[in-house]
Design a protein around this ligand. Structure first.
Ligand SMILES: Cc1cc2nc3c(=O)[nH]c(=O)nc-3n(C[C@H](O)[C@H](O)[C@H](O)COP(=O)(O)OP(=O)(O)OC[C@H]3O[C@@H](n4cnc5c(N)ncnc54)[C@H](O)[C@@H]3O)c2cc1C
Length: 232
């Protein structure tokens, strides 16, 4: 096993930190053989084990992201109260009020979705909760990203500096949108599962096509219509 080089990332931009900051590295495996008594689980079952780990792993990410979002949200609100622009606190600007309201709504939705996914995992197991886990994986990552971004924006240059934790939170939030599966892949999983519950309509006429439905209703209730018209 050869550690070729330490790779700086947005999370740990300092090179040469391998083993110190939990950084990432390029590792080359050449002719590596694992003794049979070191085998974890069955031979060839590695992918399955990784998949089993990913469901519970993702929900823990989502819980941590709620904490990060909440901390950034507190900073956003605090800053709005003491920083003034054009004679009034930022809290009185409609854009900032929108940020606060949108962040609160998104965080509330993410918290309930996380709780629901965790409840379903407890009640029915991780594989039954695949859709709920995928939903909160991409939604929770985006909520954290958006809330941290707004908190950073309202702090201006101070938010961009290392005097506040926001720049580190922003780098952390950016990675969340692709580790343990990029947003696109989770959206794909969710959409595929949902579409299994639908089918194309016969003759490509939409189920809700009004003229077709009206005609079907006329045929179905012809007797009643006839009776009503006769009374007229
Ligand atoms: C900080 C960090 C920590 C990580 N930790 C771990 C770890 O502990 N264990 C581990 O195994 N891995 C880990 N990873 C790896 C991570 O899971 C992968 O980076 C991630 O799954 C994306 O794979 P990739 O980098 O090969 O990108 P690619 O697969 O090349 O994807 C790149 C982009 O292509 C697009 N894309 C990919 N697939 C589709 C699709 N089906 N439809 C539409 N667009 C698509 C998306 O925009 C995606 O972001 C970590 C990554 C980071 C950044």
């Amino acid at each position: 096993v050869n550690i070729v080089r330490d790779i700086g990332t947005m999370e740990h931009p300092i090179e040469g930190s391998f083993g110190k900051l939990g950084n990432h590295a390029e590792i080359r495996y050449e002719d590596v053989r694992v003794p049979a008594d070191s085998l974890l689980g069955d031979e060839g079952a590695g992918f399955l084990i990784a998949q089993h780990r990913l469901g519970p792993g993702r929900i823990h990410h989502c819980m941590r992201w709620l904490g990060v979002s909440s901390r950034a949200f507190d900073m956003l609100c605090e800053r709005s109260l003491y920083r003034e622009a054009r004679g009034t606190p930022l809290a009185e600007k409609q854009t900032i009020q929108n940020w606060i309201a949108d962040s609160a709504a998104q965080m509330h939705a993410a918290r309930l979705m996380t709780l629901h996914a965790a409840w379903k995992m407890d009640a029915e197991g991780a594989s039954a909760a695949r859709r709920e886990i995928s939903l909160i994986k991409f939604y929770g990552a985006t909520v954290m990203h958006d809330v941290v971004d707004r908190a950073l924006q309202i702090h201006g240059a101070l938010g961009y500096s290392t005097d506040l934790p926001l720049e580190a939170m922003y780098r952390y939030a950016r990675a969340a949108r692709f580790y343990d599966g990029p947003d696109e892949v989770h959206r794909e999983t969710v959409a595929r599962q949902i579409l299994r519950g639908y089918q194309a309509p016969p003759d490509d006429i939409p189920t809700e096509h009004v003229p077709t439905r009206r005609e079907a209703a006329r045929r179905r209730f012809a007797d009643i219509l006839e009776a009503v018209t006769a009374n007229d």
